[in-house]
Design a protein around this ligand. Structure first.
Ligand SMILES: [Zn+2]
Length: 226
């Protein structure tokens, strides 16, 4: 991870002190809702706010952030954060007090952007994103930003199977691709117990399906086995 933004002599352009706030957790934990609430309240307090989301996520409307329960907020859709100034224009960027970033795990330049925006440009950066993938491994750059953060909030969801607190995201399919974008059709929030039993169930289901497939293909005289 590059950390080229350290410039001891630079002072914030407008004497404002910036900050970085991280909202993370599994899918369906209300991260976007929490981000929108904070961005909205900053906006109601008269601060100049911009919301950014990744162009990788096209599940919902392209020019607004939409929560799983349908609340909308207009936003900039960008391939990376370094294009933010260019897209908004220097003047509009300078006037910003608060920058909200949704689905922050998709931005590879998150660390450098947060350094620049908070340390040198005096912005309040509030970002929401996944801390781990469906295998509970560190995913994307969100964890890298924690050493830069003023506050870190880890949200939890409700386990879809038992209603207890859910810390993890279980993928319902056996697709092995790490970055598989989807909603409740592909993923569900689960507690620790159901994460473990769910992984076993998916593995078993795949084995059953595969053996079934082989049987069908054999019985219909198909030679090839996928
Ligand atoms: Zn459970």
């Amino acid at each position: 991870m590059a950390s080229s933004s350290f410039k001891p002599s630079a002072t914030p352009a407008n004497d404002r002190v910036g900050s970085v706030h991280v909202i993370m957790g599994p899918m369906f934990a209300g991260k976007t809702t929490s981000l929108l609430r904070r961005v909205n309240s900053e906006s109601n307090n008269g601060r100049n706010v911009a919301l950014i989301k990744s162009s990788k996520d096209t599940r919902y409307a392209v020019d607004s952030v939409v929560t799983h329960d349908g609340v909308k907020f207009p936003c900039w859709v960008l391939p990376d954060l370094s294009s933010c100034k260019l897209k908004l224009g220097q003047d509009a960027y300078d006037k910003l007090d608060v920058i909200g970033i949704d689905e922050a795990q998709f931005f590879d330049d998150l660390y450098d952007f947060c350094c620049q925006a908070a340390d040198h440009d005096g912005k309040i950066v509030i970002l929401a994103g996944l801390d781990g993938d469906y295998l509970r491994r560190s995913f994307g750059p969100v964890l890298d930003v924690i050493p830069l953060a003023d506050t870190v909030t880890k949200l939890t969801a409700r386990c879809e199977l038992c209603g207890k607190r859910a810390f993890f995201t279980l993928r319902k399919t056996d697709d092995k691709q790490t970055e598989l974008i989807g909603g409740s059709d592909l993923y569900m929030p689960v507690c620790r117990q159901h994460y473990v039993s769910g992984q076993v169930a998916i593995e078993t289901a795949r084995n059953v399906l595969e053996s079934h497939k082989i049987k069908i293909e054999t019985s219909t005289g198909t030679a090839s086995v996928v």
